[in-house]
Design a protein around this ligand. Sequence first.
Ligand code: SF4
Ligand code: SF4
Ligand code: FES
Length: 286
Amino acid sequence: MTAVPLGLPRRLVEFTLDGETVRAPEGSTILDACRAEGKDVPTLCQGDTLTPKNACRVCVVEVEGARTLAPACSRRAEPGMSVRTDSERTRHSRKVVLELLASSVDMSTTPGVAGWIEEYGAEPGRFGPDAARVEEDPKVDNELYVRDYGKCILCYKCVDACGEQWQNTFAIAVAGRGFDARISTEHAAPLTDSACVYCGNCIEVCPTGALSFKSEFDMRAAGTWDESAQTETTTVCAYCGVGCNVTLHVQDNDIVKVTSPHDNPVTHGNLCIKGRFGFAHVQNRD
Ligand code: SF4
Ligand code: SF4
Ligand code: FES
């Protein structure tokens, strides 16, 4: 059984959300309140285990009296505020953000984005064939995970997970400025020559599939990756005594990737190389 820390009781903040009076625990973001009310606000750079970065702006909402749209993922709910999540202005802004992102990188493996593009009437192709686009081959320099920066939206989640927010390894960072900005190891070294410890915590937070297990990358290339045919079983990692929960994703009786529940008080979704990638022996049938 997973122990869930309840924390201290919080006062409720009352405000108006799309014309309805709602209450949310003090300190909640507008996004928290939207989710509690069952409202679908798109997000990309937001991560439930990370501090908001406000990088993508796809979650913007309209706060009455504010000059600019506010990111729902970081703006806290305040008493008496009036918020609109589906106004013409928010829809237009989300449409343009989706068009800019989807015209500049490959978002074919970004969960949810195809539905948002349809919902907001985004037309990524309207900038024409000469639109600036990140075109580069995936970096396959080790047997554990692949970096395909042609799918990277520069949300910085991997950098935060690798750095001070979780792993404290600092193997990757933002290099370059403006159009040249990109995620890179030091001196663009192969991962095998970098400080990377292969915890895979960057894969866990990447919203687009730019970072993926090598097993997933190979199966997608072969056309055999099928999430609808996968089962998920959460168990306890057997490598040491910490007690990390690991969720095994299994397809055709093979473990194809390993994650960890984000609400697990031991891991918060993070693992080490053994829990994340040390599953080959389980299916070594030779
Ligand atoms: S696998 Fe871990 S150490 Fe390596 S780049 Fe990703 S977060 Fe950093
Ligand atoms: S690799 Fe993924 S997590 Fe890292 S910045 Fe790009 S999209 Fe974000
Ligand atoms: S999800 Fe809110 S700014 Fe990206």
